[in-house]
Design a protein around this ligand. Structure first.
Ligand code: ADP
Length: 406
């Protein structure tokens, strides 16, 4: 994914929203900028293997008189032709990726790289980065600004229509920068982001350190909409999956945030399924580089009632967030093992049975009021889990429950 210890930020937004403007502000604070559009030009420059492949694929019609690429002709060929667009992307994207990776590799740990990627959402690249920043401004404002820059409103509208919209962008936005106002308003948001999130995240990544997690177990409601817990978990899960590659068999959103209508602490739980514990250990470095360093120790979450299994079968590795702005627990468990199955059964049972969900919510609220630390809170929940275990099993039997297939 990225060079070791380098924080990779993906920045996007609709045309005219202010990507270049925000990118420059981040650069002024010390970020190294990698411009995806510029790289895409470089990998198709005269004499490159990329350009040869474009000619071989799309023919003489896209060759200019001087032997370089006729970009306007190429744009006409791929416009509205999904198949052609994908063939072009298959030539360009891997080359842009490796050119970007080459640049990152020249940077030392602790660096912050900002990738300015207009089509980050359209090309499904959010999960390639540690943090995604979306720059937004109302369409009316964007049209005005583009007009002032000399782009006719008709052209601007046509481009906007061909791009993703802001709801789709919001889904992947770890950070939303509102550039609808004056530039100093935007600068204020960038300063806040840099000081309170990016700088700390980059430092944690460099040190393989976990972000501080403020204690307290007061539940909050699901934010819903495009930034619902489920939507956030989907992007984080994909980040983990890409970092782990074939070592990872399953990634699932589990825990209270995975149960709609259940309030929870704002900590997302993800379950990463691997073939065995040795693989879990082998994966640790990759998860660390992806922004999820290990929480030291081997963990077991065996409920009393599951005592018929080997204790070691309940062992997991736990990773958590380097990003101070998004708290995550990534439980790395043996796929199909008892701990892995338990987490999924518990989730699905709470999703399916409203009365159990409500009882669990009541328990959480009363414990949150009584226990001061997260550790004490978790311990106090144990007896309830022991009592719930037979009910969960009975439900699984009655409904023929089985874990989601890989
Ligand atoms: P993008 O890179 O997303 O297409 P730009 O950063 O180039 O957008 O911004 C589009 C235009 O609007 C530019 O001419 C820029 O100078 C101007 N602009 C950007 N942000 C603001 C702002 N907050 N107030 C006024 N003009 C702005």
């Amino acid at each position: 994914m990225t060079a070791h210890g380098v924080l990779s930020v993906g920045l996007t937004g609709g045309i005219g929203a202010g990507k270049s403007t925000v990118t420059r502000m981040l650069e002024a604070r010390g970020a190294v900028v990698i411009d995806a559009d510029l790289l895409a030009r470089e990998v198709l420059a005269p004499g490159t293997p990329g350009l040869d492949e474009v000619f071989a694929t799309f023919g003489e019609a896209v060759r200019a008189g001087d032997g370089s690429l006729d970009r306007a002709a190429l744009a006409r060929v791929v416009f509205g032709d999904e198949d052609a667009r994908q063939r072009l992307n298959a030539i360009v994207h891997p080359r842009v990726r490796s050119a970007a990776a080459e640049r990152e590799a020249t940077l030392g740990p602790g660096a912050v790289v900002v990738h300015d990627i207009p089509l980050l959402v359209e090309n499904d690249l959010a999960a390639d980065h540690h943090l995604v920043i979306v720059v937004g401004a109302p369409q009316r404002v964007r049209l005005e600004r583009l007009g002032a820059r000399g782009m006719p409103a008709e052209d601007a509208r046509a481009r906007m229509a061909a791009q993703a919209d802001d709801t789709e962008r919001r889904r992947v936005a770890d950070v939303w920068i509102d550039n609808g106002g004056a530039q100093d308003e935007t600068e204020r948001q960038v300063a806040e982001l840099w000081v309170h999130r990016i700088d700390t995240y980059a430092h944690n990544l460099q040190m393989a350190a976990l972000a501080e997690r403020p204690v307290g177990a007061t539940p909050v409601p699901d934010p819903g909409g495009p930034r619902s817990w489920a939507a956030q978990a989907a992007v984080l899960g994909e980040r983990i999956r890409r970092a782990g590659g074939p070592h990872i068999l399953t990634v699932e959103h589990i825990g209270s945030t995975a149960v709609p209508a259940l309030e929870a602490k704002d900590v997302l739980d993800l379950q990463v399924g691997v073939a065995d514990l040795a693989t879990a250990h082998a994966l640790a470095g990759r998860l660390t580089d992806a922004g999820f360093p290990p929480v030291p120790g081997e963990w077991s979450d065996r409920p009393e009632a599951g005592a018929d299994d080997e204790a070691s079968a309940w062992t997991k590795l736990l990773h958590a967030n380097a990003d101070p702005g998004r708290h995550v627990n990534a439980h790395v468990r043996v796929a199909d093992g008892p701990g892995w199955r338990y987490a999924l059964l518990f989730r699905d049972w709470l999703r399916a049975v409203p009365s159990e969900r409500e009882e669990y919510a009541r328990l959480k609220r009363s414990l949150a009021a009584r226990t001061a630390t997260t550790g004490a809170y978790a311990e106090a929940k144990e007896p309830w889990f022991d009592r719930a275990w037979p009910r969960m099993q009975a439900w699984a039997q009655a409904t023929g429950w089985h874990p989601p297939t890989r």
